[in-house]
Design a protein around this ligand. Structure first.
Ligand SMILES: Nc1nc2c(ncn2[C@@H]2O[C@H](COP(=O)(O)OP(=O)(O)OP(=O)(O)O)[C@@H](O)[C@H]2O)c(=O)[nH]1
Ligand SMILES: [Mg+2]
Ligand SMILES: [Zn+2]
Length: 390
């Protein structure tokens, strides 16, 4: 039996076993959506259940979870003696920064410090940090100027990553983000499409609209090469904006795209995130946790994100270091959805279940050779496929 067929058989067998719940997943654990898996829980059954759960159902459960966290009844579990101050009730504020049990909130245009009530626990929230930037918080004031976050309102979107130390438990990077601004650069560093592809999937998984910025457009010496590299994204309906912090190209379009939205900023170190943000708004110097090309694995930082207010309305959130950023909801079966140009050709592959990794007669591999599918896209597909595969 050819080697690849044998490999596929083993893969199939592993999958079957996993479905039956008799094999504890090791690597795939990190790739689970599961957020509420406490180490002491009977997490195996829960995980295997969720793994085969349709995304709609997972989303529905997540919404219910979130609604439960946000419901006033969730406060019933507050320990006696820790009653919420009654001076002001039911007011909401935007959470702009979080550090431990204290947070910065913005209310009526004024920023204040607030403490996070102990009753907002990880168990309730299903995330390591029950309160995140972007949250709309129900706040109270004790009459002497001390503010507290009592609960959080249901979130429209949640952007997460596995906690650096407590994976597979998830950390919320930002709540209620509308947009993911993916900053890449044409040169120095070279356009790294696999990272763009990963961010695009993360955005789609979180139902956040992506905007791909190809910065350092002043260094584009091969316009046809730029067109070819970005065509597939435009075909998929994503917005791609060439920008230059040096010449100002695309900066006003970027400013417009940021107005009145909550945008999370991501991108490789050196691509020009800080330069672009200060071009959009002089004085805006936002930090983003480093992910350097030298260590493509990225570097986890424990730093939490902050929201930066834009003069033109809206906010930009920086991000802590990221590695498996947002891909924790992705399953192998869903991967082709994010590579439509590859999926479309799958029917022409010699093997009906071709993974386009190394099988002979693969129509996708042939399309890459003809130049009909971009080689970096297939490379991204394969890299993510390998990670998801157990
Ligand atoms: N040619 C050119 N250089 C740029 C452009 N934008 C930024 N740079 C340069 O690229 C380098 C990195 O820019 P930064 O804005 O610090 O990049 P960053 O993404 O904030 O990097 P980190 O903070 O390390 O994540 C600086 O030397 C900038 O001057 C651009 O549009 N064109
Ligand atoms: Mg920077
Ligand atoms: Zn194939």
């Amino acid at each position: 039996m050819p080697k690849f067929q044998k490999k596929r058989q083993i893969r199939k067998a592993k999958k079957t076993l996993r479905r039956s719940g008799s094999v504890k997943r090791i690597r795939a654990r990190q790739n689970d959506w599961t957020t509420a898996v406490g180490s002491d829980w009977d997490d195996l059954d829960y995980e295997s259940l969720e793994r085969i759960m349709p995304r709609d159902e997972r989303d529905r459960r997540r919404r219910i979870e979130e609604a439960i966290i946000a419901s006033p009844q969730a406060m019933d579990s507050a320990p006696a003696g820790d009653a919420a101050p009654s001076a002001v009730g039911g007011e909401t504020a935007l959470v702009t920064a979080v550090a431990g049990m204290s947070a910065r909130i913005e209310k009526d245009g004024v920023e204040r410090q607030a403490t996070i009530r102990g009753l907002l626990t990880e168990i309730d929230a299903g995330y390591i940090n029950p309160v995140a930037v972007g949250d709309q918080a129900v706040v109270s004031e004790d009459g002497a100027g001390a503010w507290a976050i009592e609960s959080i309102l249901p979130r429209r979107t949640v952007l997460t990553r596995p906690d650096p130390f407590l994976a597979p438990r998830q950390q919320v990077i930002a709540a209620n983000a509308d947009q993911l601004l993916i900053v890449s650069s044409w040169h120095s560093p070279d356009l790294w499409l696999e990272l763009v592809d990963r961010y695009l999937i993360a955005a789609q998984l979180s139902q956040i609209e992506p905007l791909v910025c190809v910065n350092k457009a002043d260094l584009i010496d091969d316009p046809a090469g730029y067109e070819a590299a970005t065509r597939v994204y435009r075909q998929m309906g994503h917005k791609v904006l060439p920008t230059s912090a040096i010449t100002g190209q695309g900066v006003s379009d970027l400013r417009d795209a940021l107005a009145d939205r909550l945008t999370v900023l991501v991108g490789l170190s050196g691509t020009g995130k800080s330069s672009l943000m200060s071009a959009v708004q002089p004085g805006l110097d936002i930090r983003v946790g480093e992910i350097s090309e030298a260590h493509r694995q990225g570097r986890h930082t424990t730093t939490q994100s902050s929201l930066y207010r834009l003069d033109g309305g809206g906010y930009v959130a920086d991000t802590p270091g990221i590695r498996e950023f947002g891909l924790s909801g992705l399953t192998l079966g869903e991967l082709p959805l994010y590579f439509p140009e590859i999926d479309e050709l799958a029917a022409d592959c010699r093997f009906s279940n071709c993974s386009h990794v190394q099988e002979p007669g693969c129509a996708v591999g042939a399309a890459v050779e003809r130049g009909d599918v971009s080689a970096p896209r297939l490379a991204s597909y394969r890299a993510i496929f390998d990670e998801l595969e157990v």
